[in-house]
Design a protein around this ligand. Structure first.
Ligand SMILES: [Zn+2]
Ligand SMILES: [Zn+2]
Length: 195
């Protein structure tokens, strides 16, 4: 895997994480990996900040080569926390469950309608796909830490509405001891129930 940081030469490439265009001239993170659909390698591009949230290994390597790109250390902090707690990188958005169909990937119970849940994604073959949900109340135990979850979710959703932000902040502020991680807990491919 080779990583690079470079100003986007055009405004045409889309970020593989958030799907939005990367503006011309903006620093972008490139992650080279075997092309899942052909021969040789492909380069997957990310907004630098999206990369720090979602691709911490690539972002760390690229930032190490480009010291000025993270003058205040914000990105490095996201990177280090994501490396320490990889499941954080899979948290995408907060929402109220529209139905009672999906099961929580942590407690395996059904997520009741109207409860807050976090939607997860999964990186495979150069793209992210939906990968189930956890109760907001289960999220900290599932991920191992939620300290910067507001930053991560807002990278996806933009500024949150006050209700959602308050719920997320409350979950992030929990400092109660976490039970030992269940080693058998799945980190496996997407589930399809999309409640
Ligand atoms: Zn992005
Ligand atoms: Zn749960």
């Amino acid at each position: 895997m080779t990583e690079l940081l470079q100003p986007a030469p055009t405004g045409r490439a889309k970020c593989r994480a958030c799907g939005r265009a990367i503006a011309k001239g903006e620093l972008r993170l490139g992650e080279r990996a075997p092309n899942p659909f052909g021969e040789g390698d492909a380069t997957f591009w990310f907004h630098l900040r999206c990369g720090a949230c979602k691709r911490p290994e690539a972002a760390r390597a690229a930032l190490a080569q480009t010291p000025g790109a993270d003058a205040d250390g914000t990105l490095a902090a996201l990177v280090e926390r994501g490396l320490a707690h990889p499941r954080l990188t899979r948290i995408q958005r907060i929402e109220r469950s529209p139905s009672a169909r999906a099961r929580c990937r942590h407690c395996h119970e059904t997520i009741d309608r109207e409860l807050w849940r976090l939607a997860l994604d999964w990186w495979e073959e150069g793209r992210y796909s939906a990968s189930g949900f956890v109760h907001l109340g289960c999220a900290r135990a599932w991920a191992g830490a939620l300290d910067d979850v507001v930053t991560r979710v807002e990278q996806w959703m933009g500024a949150l509405d006050p209700d959602a932000r308050a719920a997320l902040e409350q979950a992030a502020a929990d400092t109660s001891p976490l039970p030992a991680r269940d080693a058998g807990e799945d980190d496996a491919p997407p589930q399809t129930d999309d409640g």
